[in-house]
Design a protein around this ligand. Sequence first.
Ligand SMILES: [Cu+2]
Length: 461
Amino acid sequence: MFNRRQLLGVGAGAALVSSAAWSKTSNMGLPEAALHDSAQMKVTPNPTTGPDYNPVVTLNGWTLPFRMNNGVKEFHLVAEYVEREMADGMTAYLWGYNGQSTGPTIEAVEGDRVRIFVTNRLKEHTTVHWHGMILPSGMDGVGGLSHPGIPSGKTYVYEYDLIKSGTFMYHPHGDEMVQMAMGMMGMFIVHPKDPSFMRVDRDFVFMLNAFDIDPGTYVPRIMTMTDFNLWCWNSRIFPDIDPLVISKGDNVRVRVGNLTMTNHPIHMHGYDFKVSCTDGGWVPPQAQWPEVSIDIPVGAMRAFDFKADHLGDWAIHCHKSHHTMNAMGHDIPTFIGADKSSLTKTIRKVQPEYMPMGTQGMADMAEMSMPLPDNTIPMMAGWGPYGPLEMGGMFSVVKVREGINAGDYSDPGWYTNPPGEQAYEWTGEIPDFTKVTDANTKITPEPAAMKMEMKNMKHGG
Ligand SMILES: [Cu+2]
């Protein structure tokens, strides 16, 4: 424990350092705290100062503007309470930065000196940790270790040199469990100083995050550890995650950060791709390895690159199938193969419209619009050109088209498959299926292990 003298000593030292820093930074006052209060994607124009780079595109997000002050790139992050439309019909009361959760993407260039003002508008202290960055220990943002927590209402200044390019994140390291469960996080992209190094035409970025919000409520349950019901990209769920719009022939990068409490194997259809960047930095071209799914570990970032040679609408999603569902209760009994006919008769005596569901699978849940509580969306949602997609959560569509202008990310609609390039129904003769047993009417045989156990019980074993 600290004694009073040590506390005073630390306080006095900190005050000295901050007043020296202040004399360097005060001449322009605080930079404007830019605000973005919707989930509308905002495309960042190319830089007009410093080395050229191709700005990233944040799905359902935006990039925080900066100003130059004597050669230092200055940003202003505001930690605050926000409302996030997670999908049409579902809003959450979260904590975030500059109007939204997830927070804005910060973009800068290798070699930049950045000065990031962090204003705390929460009612408890916070900090910002710059995840993956190589920086001075006192700038690392671990409350109580690197510096005191930023008290409510105060502004702290983080200032350091960006000595390496790559894909990074930021998040609080003060009451971290609560503040991250409430949605405080964002991506930090550092572009290479050499504009031609690892350059791509389209550079998408999103954060994997998760919430547990009961249907009809607005505030996440912060004590949930694994059993979340909303699996998000940038605090957004399918069908309202932006598509990844690409012009045929583009070189494309997708960068993903994971601040959930489990790993997510992100799978993209129609392509193989190469892993180009990890938490630690760029993967040299000769060491890049091909994948069609890339596991994003907890607290990690991965980027993968591909050349968009294949036209079409290609699904991109987490391959844990429960993570492409919305607002799903996980303690629903399984009805596969169950005979609900007598139960249905009983229920229909009091509720004539009752429909038995789930005995042949759960696809019927996506086709029927059932009454829902306010402020939630169905667990399987989204309609495509050929019917329900039966997806939710961590799912979007990569849309590769001919001749999309650089900088245009607007949704081109659904892909029209050329003649002869779509699965079709067989209309010739089909064999007689009457002798084939319907698996769902068969009584499931008791597994051997269960039989053994029952036998043991009978024998008192
Ligand atoms: Cu997942």
